[in-house]
Design a protein around this ligand. Structure first.
Ligand SMILES: [Zn+2]
Length: 255
């Protein structure tokens, strides 16, 4: 770990967190994300640069628009906070390596998908489809942590398992459970972390949903977005599960 690099990773994360907020707000509305002139969603006035500093502005303005006093949603603050934190965690995990870059790409998409699915209950194809393509492409780089075969198998396995589950659930209950967005997301996860990671993600994502949904008081009869739980499962695998699995594989290879 290098302190100077860590510092720049955090600054980078702060800047990207702000951009992710723009994506989270605009992508579900199909608005352009290229012109990042932030404006208040309520009074529509342009936000001053001085009021657009990640984390600090939110605290300074007490989470309100400086013109009209409208409350700014807490997710803006949360995204600005967790993006640099996750960037730093990934740097500590992978060091200054191309694997770090690979997982920075993944976590960036994952954060945006997490919040869009939470609030809008959709996972835009403009996010999931390029992610599948990137995951498979990056697996061809020599010394990748996930082989191209594992990447393809992960994407395919995730896709098929979710497709069958969604189909069976629909026959049994006449309700839609896993949407098309979830099916493409698990394929994207599989392409990045391989077949082992996909199995881990499905198991742990479901566990997170089972534990957290009652904890936040979710009505059992209502639908819930599954994407955020898949993201949590996948990130847990990359940060922790990876080393646990690797430990067991090394251990059992002695036999
Ligand atoms: Zn305003």
């Amino acid at each position: 770990m290098n302190l100077i690099i860590s510092f720049f990773v955090v600054v980078f994360g702060l800047a990207f967190g702000s951009f992710f907020n723009v994506c989270i707000y605009r992508l579900p509305k199909k608005e352009s994300i290229v012109f990042p002139n932030s404006h208040c969603p309520s009074c529509n006035r342009k936000i001053k640069t001085i009021h657009n500093i990640p984390i600090f502005s939110y605290i300074w303005l007490k989470g309100q628009c400086s013109y009209c006093g409208t409350k700014i949603h807490w997710h803006y603050f949360l995204v600005e906070l967790i993006t640099p934190l996750l960037f730093l965690l990934f740097y500590l995990q992978f060091g200054w390596s191309w694997l770090f870059l690979k997982y920075l790409i993944f976590v960036s998409f994952a954060i945006i998908i997490f919040f869009i699915d939470t609030f809008s209950k959709i996972i835009p194809d403009v996010l999931s489809l390029p992610l599948i393509f990137l995951g498979i492409t990056l697996s061809f780089i020599p010394d990748s942590d996930v082989s191209w075969l594992s990447s393809l198998l992960g994407a395919f396995f995730g896709f098929i398992v979710f497709l069958i589950t969604a189909y069976l659930f629909q026959i049994a209950t006449h309700k839609e459970s896993l949407g098309g967005g979830d099916i493409k997301l698990i394929a994207a996860v599989g392409s990045f972390i391989g077949i082992l990671g996909t199995i881990f993600t499905v198991i742990f994502g479901s566990l997170f949903a089972l534990i957290l949904l009652p904890a936040i008081g979710h009505d059992r009869r209502k639908e819930f977005p599954f994407g955020p739980f898949l993201v949590m499962g996948a990130l847990s695998y990359i940060l922790f599960g990876h080393s646990i699995f690797q430990y067991y594989i090394n251990y059992f290879s002695y036999f």
